[in-house]
Design a protein around this ligand. Structure first.
Ligand code: ATR
Length: 262
């Protein structure tokens, strides 16, 4: 019987994780089964308990359970502790282990695009869970300055307070979304505005070389504006592949080649 893996969320139908993990496994000659698991909104803990009791090896966690997964782990990686959210679970010596591979997934995707993060100036739009998960990995990848711009300024300020000790010499700065200006190497849209179809207006006084939209498969006014300016840009599919590669490596100790799966 192949080893069992799954992605758990609610809803779950839209998840691309099974096809990615199956493609990695096929490429690397690994035998696995990777399913989608729908958990009831109040049934996450029971569902993961059942999965591991039945011999499951590893779970990916998606919306809306990443914070609950974080709270249930007996052991967490440093980046998961900082993100306060977990997207990858496994059992070791009877202890539930959790990691968060989303931020490194973004770093992998950016590297595959050939954009350098070393000494970079980055603007992140949004201050929710998606932003929290990527700041530490971006800092570790060499970002010099990260500005977090949010509609609700206090959330961006809180994030800076929470994360400034973790990011070492990377400077963090909070601003309001309607105060955007300055020059950046990279702007990342981590708001959920694209998911709801709402438009973000990037002012002319904001200059940047690259634009990364964390969402994928949706119309994005953020990407439209990047195209209009002629700057290089990407949607979030590479980040999805990038985080899956990190999870795959944790579970199987071999690393798929990102560029083969973009
Ligand atoms: P996630 O975990 O995906 O980051 P979240 O925690 O709900 O989700 O955060 C959503 C982010 O998108 C927040 O930064 C939110 O701004 P507020 O903190 O001011 O609510 C931002 N956001 C959502 N819709 C937006 C819109 N139409 N314009 C600007 N920002 C928006």
């Amino acid at each position: 019987m192949p080893k069992q893996f799954a992605v758990i969320g609610n809803p779950i139908e839209q998840s691309r994780s099974p096809e990615l993990h199956q493609a990695f496994a096929q490429d690397l000659g690994i035998n696995l089964q990777y399913d989608k698991r729908l958990a009831a909104l109040d049934g996450f803990e029971q569902s993961i308990e059942d999965f591991f009791k039945q011999g499951g090896q590893g779970l990916n966690v998606t919306v809306p359970f990443k914070e609950q997964a974080f709270a249930l782990c007996g052991h967490l990686t440093e980046r998961a502790k900082i993100a306060k959210a977990v997207n990858t679970l496994w059992m070791e010596n009877g202890v539930l282990h959790g990691d968060n591979t989303d931020g490194q997934g973004l770093v992998n995707a950016i590297a595959a695009l050939g954009w350098s993060l070393e000494n970079s100036r980055i603007l992140i739009l949004g201050a929710g869970g998606a932003t929290r998960g990527v700041i530490f990995p971006l800092a570790q990848a060499g970002a010099q300055y990260i500005q977090i711009a949010n509609r609700t300024l206090s959330r961006a300020q809180q994030l800076v307070e929470d994360l400034k000790a973790a990011v070492g010499k990377t400077q963090l700065h909070a601003t309001a979304l309607d105060q955007l200006h300055g020059e950046f190497d990279l702007v990342i849209n981590a708001t959920s505005a694209s998911l709801t179809g709402e438009a973000l207006q990037l002012p002319e006084t904001l200059k940047f070389d690259h634009a990364y939209e964390m969402a994928y498969g949706k119309a994005s006014s953020f990407l439209d504006q990047a195209h209009q300016r002629g700057v290089s840009s990407s949607d979030g599919y590479g980040m999805l592949v990038g985080q899956a590669i990190e999870a795959f490596e944790i579970w199987h100790m071999v690393r798929p080649d990102l560029k083969k799966f973009l």
